[in-house]
Design a protein around this ligand. Structure first.
Ligand code: 5MM
Length: 342
């Protein structure tokens, strides 16, 4: 495969394929395992991820790349192969989460700043040698009806995203730039129009900082939230979410950006698929538009697996199904009937 940043960015987002976000930090994967009453040991985490990455149909046909956590990029499967080799052999690209999480932002009560810039140049070099060709950094933006986010918190998270992106490109790694406006944060009762207004401000600020940091837009992927009402105030229709999401992206994201891969943010599996399909069905978009889902790709698989060896096939079947539904959505072709057909 070509090693040019722009070619990698296109391979990550084109043809209906999308990204599997499997970069849960140790504390987050523990929460996922708690739902199936499974202890979060290194071996269980490996087994779970090995189950996903060896799902041939999904990995070969629908998943362009996998975002890994530091532990996973160094892990071997039960047969001794590196997990990264399994991903590559399926024709998919290994990537790595390089941020060190959202921490309280000094002077800004209830807002966060994502850490991890110190020493990042050295870590990127090592991740490249371990096979990563793209990376991810998530800035977390709180939202409510009037007070959050503050201008300062947005600006500082945008600056961190830009500095991260520039370092990635220097290391020949495609940066996924993820400014996430929380749908499922507290209080979670903001309207879709408030989400629109905040998303517009955040994306303008992020691209302003990317320009200042001399990031090459053709060698990056944007991972935004959709424009959607808070989890405790959900009432917008699929069409409204799609129309407002496309409108805000068109007014903020330059056409030079090759691809946009949404996060699911706490939407149900089917909602995340329906919204993506409706967005692509609008048509005439200047970028490739696909998925980079964590929960919306994995929830059914983890439940079907339940941490039991005898359920690996069931877990893989659930993962392949969800991946296929999102592939159809990235082509704008998903219908409810496709769910039933399965
Ligand atoms: C898979 O979850 C990712 C890592 O989260 P933590 O660092 O908090 O453990 C997360 O960044 C994820 O990639 C994005 O939020 C998208 O995932 P969802 O579940 O929102 O699609």
């Amino acid at each position: 495969m070509s090693e040019r940043l722009e070619d990698i960015a296109i391979a990550m987002t084109a043809g209906g394929k999308g990204l599997l976000a499997a970069d849960e930090s140790t504390s987050t994967i523990k929460k996922r395992f708690d739902t199936i009453h499974l202890e979060s040991t290194e071996e269980n985490r490996r087994d779970y991820r090995e189950m996903l990455f060896t799902t041939k149909e999904a990995m070969e046909k629908y998943i362009s790349g996998v975002i890994l956590f530091d532990e996973t990029i160094r892990q071997k499967a039960s047969d001794g192969r590196m997990l990264t080799d399994i991903i590559r052999q399926a024709g998919s690209i290994p990537g790595i989460k390089v941020d060190e999480g959202a921490k309280p932002l000094a002077g800004f009560p209830d807002e966060t700043i994502t850490e991890g810039l110190d020493g990042l140049r050295g870590r990127l070099k090592e991740y490249y040698e371990l096979g990563a060709r793209f990376a991810k950094w998530r800035g977390v933006i709180a939202i409510d009806s009037n007070k959050f986010p503050t201008w300062g918190a947005v600006r500082q998270n945008a600056q961190a995203l830009a500095r991260y992106a520039a370092l990635c490109q220097e290391a020949q790694i495609v940066p996924i730039v993820e400014p996430e406006i929380l749908m499922d944060g507290k209080p979670g009762n903001h309207s879709i129009d408030r989400c629109y207004e905040v998303t517009e401000h955040v994306l303008r600020t992020v691209f302003d900082e990317l320009f200042s940091a001399r990031v090459k837009l053709e060698g990056m992927v944007l991972k935004p939230n959709m424009v959607i009402d808070g989890k405790n105030a959900r009432k917008a229709s699929v069409e409204e979410v799609a129309e407002k999401t496309v409108r805000v992206l068109k007014s903020t994201v330059p056409a030079t950006v090759p691809g946009i891969a949404f996060l699911s943010g706490g939407q149900s599996d089917e909602e995340a698929t329906a919204h993506l399909s409706a967005i692509n069905a609008i048509g005439n978009l200047p970028w490739k538009v696909t998925f980079s889902y964590g929960r919306a790709l994995q929830a059914a698989a983890i439940a079907a697996w339940g941490g039991k060896k005898q359920n690996v096939a069931a877990g893989q079947k659930a993962f392949a199904h969800r991946a296929k539904m999102n592939y159809l959505a990235a082509l704008g072709k998903w219908t409810k009937k496709d769910e039933q057909a399965a």
